[in-house]
Design a protein around this ligand. Structure first.
Ligand code: DUC
Ligand code: ZN
Ligand code: ZN
Length: 455
């Protein structure tokens, strides 16, 4: 036996109970009372909560974007993940024009493998849906990547696909047990609004929000849901940030369609007021953070179960890169950080009473594993599961600052946010990777997780 975690309160998506956990060869092998094993390392978790590691379903590590590359390498991003209790990271592979799906994934895997400090999996963002790529859906699923993202925006950046492609992908995903995810915003309306604001000299970060407000996202959510319904195909909407789109998700789910909505901590904590700040560019991401009404609706959506996952869209840039847009919001690289803040923030909200701890575990871990095909090994604490475990001190006070974060970025949008409770240890397959403020893992430890297609 390698490790015994004693006296803690175990919290999964469904249960809360006191028990000890025994770990061997990276797996949970026993859960019970008074487990005493010779030679095993003992961790006393009395007064602490013992949770499954979070799974960040949405990251963009070292991604070429916005005229640069996102600032966290695979090493820095997964190091920060470990320190925030995230033990599996789903990163986006961007398919280049003419590239095959598996070819694209293998290229990224080579980059990630020696760097990853926690386990990782991929979704592929399809930018060039040729007949050969469509035929590769099944093979990609067999390879371990059964989920694809389609950008309904970023036309000029060469990432966008049109509705025809979206419809084809949905139809094929249904046949092959894959899942299509969308970044939903309306590109034409955005482009015209940007043109107008720039011509009027309206160049501050506030006009990033104004160029893509609630209705721009809602229209695309509705359109994507329309196509998913037409093919009776499952659909996952990434980073949903607006109330009207969420209402459409609720309606479709009530009608029996398999529609999943994800939101992000930045949409749950901040409102569009941040874009009025002098440093508002630091919060520029797409879709932008919306008004209070949407934020309130997102929390209600989580409680009702219409938003099923919370993930980060972690895509940070250094402050000098954000500064490119001081005088023109269109020059700000889009993206925010959150990989180290996701679980501590959601657990803190649970600790403050907004949601239950079980709900926080459900949306940050259990549901992600189920939806993307890596349950029951990931996302829960159970015999046979990977020993991805977070020990959480509900009494620890923590104020976020760039100085106590572990990524490579020189600022954080979460600066000065006060959290009630904080992770004190993270285990990745039984190995201690974070201990009381310090990263103690190693690059290359993380493994590629092969996800399974849907039945
Ligand atoms: N949105 C961002 O803000 N950054 C990366 C990609 C995206 O869709
Ligand atoms: Zn996106
Ligand atoms: Zn994204």
């Amino acid at each position: 036996m390698d490790l015994v975690i004693k006296n803690g309160t175990i919290i999964t998506a469904n249960d809360t109970y006191k028990a000890d956990i025994a770990v061997k060869d990276g797996k949970i092998v026993m859960i019970g009372h008074n487990i005493m094993l010779q030679g095993a390392e003992m961790v006393d978790a009395a007064g602490k909560y013992v949770l499954p590691g979070a799974i960040d379903a949405h990251t963009h590590l070292q991604m070429p974007f916005g005229g640069t590359t996102s600032a966290d390498s695979y090493e820095a991003g997964t190091r920060a993940a470990a320190c925030g209790g995230v033990t599996t990271v789903f990163d986006f592979v961007i398919q280049r024009k003419g590239q095959g799906l598996i070819e694209a994934v293998e290229g990224r895997k080579q980059l990630c493998d020696p760097q990853a400090c926690v386990d990782y999996a991929f979704h592929t963002a399809i930018t060039d849906l040729t007949p050969a790529v469509l035929d590769e859906f099944g093979a990609s699923a067999e390879y371990g990547v059964p989920s694809f993202k389609l950008f309904m925006v970023y036309k000029k950046e060469g990432l966008m696909v049109d509705d025809g492609v979206l419809a084809l992908a949905l139809e094929k995903s249904k046949e092959t047990g894959c899942l299509v995810a969308v970044h939903a915003e309306n590109p034409d309306v955005i482009d015209k609004r940007i043109e107008k604001f720039i011509s009027e000299g309206k160049t501050s970060a506030w006009y990033h929000y104004e160029s893509r407000p609630e209705f721009v996202e809602a229209e695309a959510d509705k359109r994507a849901i329309h196509w998913a319904k037409a093919f009776n195909a499952p659909l996952y909407i990434v980073h949903l940030a607006n109330k009207e789109g969420l209402d459409e998700v609720t309606k479709a789910k009530d009608e029996g369609y398999e529609i999943y909505a994800e939101t992000c901590p930045q949409y749950l904590h901040f409102t569009n007021e941040v874009y009025k700040r002098e440093d508002g560019r630091n919060w520029v991401c797409s879709p932008p953070i919306k008004a209070q009404e949407s934020q309130t609706a997102l929390w209600e959506g989580i409680k009702r179960g219409d938003i099923v996952t919370v993930a980060t869209d972690h895509c940070p840039f250094q402050s000098y890169e954000k500064d490119w847009g001081i005088n023109n919001f269109t020059k700000i690289p889009n993206g925010c950080m959150g990989i180290e803040n996701l679980y501590p923030y959601m657990l803190s909200e649970a600790n403050k009473g907004r949601i239950s701890f079980n709900k926080a575990v459900e949306v940050c871990a259990a549901n992600v594993a189920k939806i993307f095909g890596c349950a029951p090994e990931k996302g829960t604490i159970a015999v046979g599961a990977d020993a991805d475990i977070v020990i959480y001190d509900p009494d620890k006070k923590f104020i976020v600052s760039k100085d106590n974060m572990h990524s490579d970025v020189d600022y954080t949008i979460w600066e000065d946010v006060e959290l009630k409770g904080y992770p004190v240890m993270t285990f990745s397959r039984g190995k201690l990777v974070y201990n009381n403020g310090e990263f103690v893992g190693e690059p290359g430890w993380g493994r590629f997780i092969k996800c399974r297609p849907r039945k």
